[in-house]
Design a protein around this ligand. Structure first.
Ligand code: SF4
Length: 478
């Protein structure tokens, strides 16, 4: 695993040092946050729907590239006034997370941890540290437009990064090589969700020389597997304590877990609400919630975001109203979403097509954390980690992947399947034949594409949209 690559010159000219975090923190997020504070939600909804729609929907241009992807991530202006209430806590989560990036740049007063995206940040909330999630650049880097995304990916490939790896990790690598992240004091990551992501961290360990801890993920879901992982989590705590010179605050960990339980209640309800016909929830909300959980799990702002999303959706459910006025197609999207450009708002606007049951990231079915004793809390946290997005499906036997797929089919009344075929998800390609057999048995139309979660060079936005359009039209769905 300790394959050392020649890092070459670490800094490149095209992106200034820390440019992404600074741009997002000082301009994009703060600007939007101010808009949310000073304008009524009905005005924001009007502007988004009637002024921004034509500006952002069609394609990326030099006029919209610094706004488009972020605005599509936030729902593409399809939200009603009441749904914008959730955007205020979303901005607070983003600003809090970006402070972990900005403060160590200005003044290094606390240890800085690089945290693998499948390790939940509750533990780090119980220490006095900053944390940066390198893979989060696959979302925030994409928000700066395709030129920046391509630059990050090409930089890491020029340094020897594998073309076949998960592009989320490659964004992390690109962010490192272009100087977007200060060097870490320690690295904490995991051997899940899949092999593709795993190869990234030993490279960062070699380049930075920072001590690294890797959680060792068991293959199955037996009680023994959970106990094994719990021991791993305890070793991780000892590692962080030893390398930061701090003691973990168990009361803070407990408070974060209780907050997480409150958040998950709302997110699970939102996932379940997409069973209704018409669905009152956009799966884009679930994808946004997943990204916010990645950056701010255990934060009260996260609970507030989820509560506001839940309340607006529940009212629609009670009135029998859908997210779109006229729901025409229900899509089972059994894959990760496309992150470089959010396709769900386009599906909703163009076809009245709703993704139901979320996707491999947005669907929330996280176990409850029993905080009654230290033992129960640690065992629950082991289960939480092993049920996290992607992790619960791709770290072991095919049953982990397919049983949930069959459950979604039986519970969410889909009309068709879409598989995006993410380049890095080799397990997904490995299950290809089994998935096709299930689709055939169900007798529902299925679209199998080849694309990439956050690499726009793999399959362009135009091509993805054309394939989906042809699929809907060819199968009489649109
Ligand atoms: S499961 Fe897919 S998206 Fe997730 S880390 Fe692995 S390759 Fe990347």
């Amino acid at each position: 695993m300790n394959a050392r690559i020649n890092p070459g010159p670490k800094r490149t000219e095209q992106l200034k040092e820390y440019q992404i975090a600074k741009y997002l923190y000082y301009i994009l997020i703060r600007g939007y946050y101010i808009v949310l504070l000073i304008l009524p939600y009905s005005v924001i909804s009007f502007i988004a729907r009637y002024i921004l729609h034509p500006f952002i929907f069609k394609k990326e241009t030099r006029f919209n590239k610094y706004l488009r992807s972020a605005l599509l991530w936030l729902g593409g202006g399809l939200n009603r006034a009441v749904d914008y209430r959730a955007h205020l806590p979303i901005m607070r989560i983003l600003l809090e997370y970006l402070k972990h990036n900005i403060e160590p740049i200005k003044r290094r007063s606390k240890p800085l941890v690089y945290l693998g995206w499948c390790v939940s940040p509750e533990f780090l909330r119980a220490f006095d540290v900053h944390y940066i999630i390198p893979e989060a650049y696959s979302v925030t880097g994409s928000w700066m437009g395709q030129d920046v995304s391509i630059h990050l990916l090409e930089t890491v490939e020029a340094e020897g990064g594998s073309i076949e790896s998960c592009s989320a990790s490659k964004f992390g690598g690109g962010a490192y090589f272009t100087g977007q992240m200060p060097d870490p004091d320690i690295i904490v990551t995991s051997s899940h969700p899949c092999d593709s992501g795993v190869s990234f961290y030993p490279t960062v360990e070699n380049l930075t020389g920072a001590p690294m801890f890797v959680l060792d993920t068991p293959y199955d879901t037996t009680e023994g597997a959970y106990r094994y992982f719990e021991k791993n989590l305890r070793s991780m705590i000892k590692f962080i304590e030893k390398n930061t010179g701090q003691k973990m605050d168990w009361n803070k960990l407990k408070a974060s877990c209780e907050e997480l339980n409150r958040t998950n209640f709302y997110l699970q309800e939102l996932t379940a609400m997409t069973r209704a016909i018409p669905s009152p929830v956009s799966s884009q909300l679930l994808t946004v919630a997943w990204a916010m959980k990645l950056m701010g799990s255990g934060s009260p702002h996260l609970t507030e975001m989820a509560r506001r999303m839940y309340e607006a959706s529940k009212k629609r459910l009670e009135r029998g109203e859908g997210w779109v006025k006229d729901e025409k197609i229900r899509v089972i999207w059994w894959d990760v979403p496309i992150a470089y450009i959010s396709l769900y708002p386009w599906l909703e606007k163009e076809f009245g097509a709703m993704v139901v049951g979320g996707d491999l990231m947005g669907r929330c079915n996280t176990p409850y954390v029993d905080t009654s004793t230290e033992e129960s809390m640690m065992l629950s946290l082991a289960k939480v980690h092993l049920h996290a997005s992607m992790v619960r499906n791709v770290r072991g036997t095919y049953e982990l992947f397919m049983d949930e797929f069959e459950q979604i089919i039986s519970e969410y009344s889909g009309d068709c399947f879409i598989f995006v075929g993410h380049n890095g998800c080799k397990h997904g390609w490995g299950y290809g034949r089994i998935k096709k057999d299930v689709c055939k048995r169900m007798g529902m139309p299925a679209l199998h594409m080849s694309s990439d979660y956050s690499d726009c060079r793999n399959t362009s936005e135009e091509s993805l949209k054309k394939q989906i359009t042809d699929f809907f039209v060819g199968n009489g769905l649109a």
